[in-house]
Each structure stands twice: as C-alpha cells, then as structure tokens.
Design a protein around this ligand. Structure first.
Ligand code: AMP
Length: 222
C-alpha cells in the first residue's frame, strides 16, 4: 500500500510497538525519528553527541536539525515506492510545515494522520517498565510484554535488554510536557489545514485491541 501516513501519540501510548505491527500488516517503510536519532547517537558522531544532549534530558531536538535529518530519510525511503509511516515526526508545527513543503514539492502529500490517545496515568508505568533489545530494537515491558527468558531478547540469543536513559521517570515527565506543549498543536494544525484526514484511536486498551482499531483506521484512509 503506498500511502503516506503520520502516526502520533504521547510517549508511552504504544506507538513504537503498534508502528511495527502496522508495518507488518501494510508493508509501510517505517521511519521513526527517535530510532534514526538513536542510531546516530550510537555511531558516536559530533551530530550524535549533540542529539544526545537533548534526548537524554527528554527535550526536543531543535527543528532545523530534525528537519534536515528527516528530509534525507524521507527522500531515501520514498524512492523505494512502498508506503511511508512517519513515527515521532513531525513533533512541532514548524516541522509539520517543513514536511508539507517537502511532500507537496514531491507531489506526494500525506494521506492521513493517526493519533493514538492515552491517559496520563498509565503512561508513566508503561514507559518506566519498557525495555528494548540493543541489537534488534524489539521492545518489551517488564510487566505487560515480558520476554520469555528474564531480561534477555527472545530473538537475539544472549542479548540483555536495556532501559533507555530517557525512559527514567523524571525524564518521562519532561517528555510528556513537551508532547502536550509542542506536539499536540500539530494535531490542530492538520485538522485546520483541511487537507489531510485526522483520526484518533483510543490507546488505553490492550495492545491487540489497539492494533485492531489502528488497522481499521489505517485501512479506511486508503
Ligand atoms: P522517541 O523515541 O520518538 O520518543 O524519541 C526520543 C527522543 O528523540 C525524544 O525525546 C526527542 O529528544 C528526540 N526526538 C525524536 N523525534 C523528534 C522530533 N520530531 N523533534 C524533536 N525531537 C525529537
């Protein structure tokens, strides 16, 4: 399916897990700004060190840096001809404007924006219990989605799961503040533009029921 959609939602709404499932179902190319930035950070470049300063503190990376990196990634992904699922980008109104410009210049505007909504209370417990595999990126939760063997990745034998630095409680609270202050207005921006369908999906249910609602919402955009 060669749709271009944006997946949004507060940190901890299950965005990463759900994005992977939607990619499996619909064959999208998945572009997660967080994953792209973490890869740059792990590479140890000067840019990676700059990104780390913001990310470790739960602050948003400045728009000019984000837009430049994502524009490159989108151009590369789009040339593959599959659909595109943007996850974690855009996160501010200026980023959304820059994305609009890029996509309309390429004659490939967005088909839809899917917003996963979630109450604040479960978010902190979801995020602080989150662990991931440093090798394959698979995400687990110590309580809700534990690995088969304590603290080890099911898919990568012998690889110990890790907690992201920005998944610590104090940082999570700052990330939530950034979401409501800077990212929620992006939903309003898209609604007001009238050019793209915006759908909200309740992310408070079980992961499987949220996947089902999301798949229905994405299917209806096509
Ligand atoms: P995520 O995995 O999407 O929660 O992203 C992790 C961190 O990367 C965020 O807390 C930000 O510091 C940074 N980040 C990811 N995407 C963006 C973006 N679109 N704009 C600004 N900062 C971002």
């Amino acid at each position: 399916m060669s749709m271009r959609i944006v997946l949004m939602g507060p940190p901890g709404a299950g965005k990463g897990t759900q994005a992977k499932r939607l990619v499996d179902k619909f064959g999208f190319v998945h572009l997660s700004s967080g994953d792209i930035f973490r890869a740059e950070k792990a590479g140890g470049s000067d840019l990676g060190r700059k990104l780390a300063e913001y990310m470790n503190a739960g602050k948003l990376v400045p728009d000019d840096v984000v837009v430049e990196m994502m524009a490159k990634a989108i151009t590369a992904a789009d040339s593959r001809g599959a659909g595109l699922m943007l996850d974690g980008f855009p996160r501010t109104v200026p980023q959304a404007e820059a994305l609009d410009k890029q996509l309309s210049a390429a004659g490939k505007p967005l088909d839809g924006v899917v917003v996963i909504t979630c109450d604040d209370e479960p978010i902190v417990s979801r995020i602080t219990g989150r662990r991931s595999c440093p090798k394959c990126g698979r995400v687990y939760h110590v309580k809700y989605m534990p690995p088969k063997n304590d603290k080890m990745c099911d898919d990568c034998a012998g690889t110990k799961l890790v907690q992201r630095l920005d998944d610590k409680e104090e940082v999570v609270r700052d990330r939530l503040k950034a979401y409501y202050g800077q990212t929620q207005p992006v939903v309003g921006y898209y609604r007001e533009s009238g050019k793209v369908k915006v759908v909200e999906v309740d992310g408070n249910g079980s992961p499987d029921s949220v996947t089902a609602s999301l798949a229905e919402a994405v299917g209806a955009l096509g």
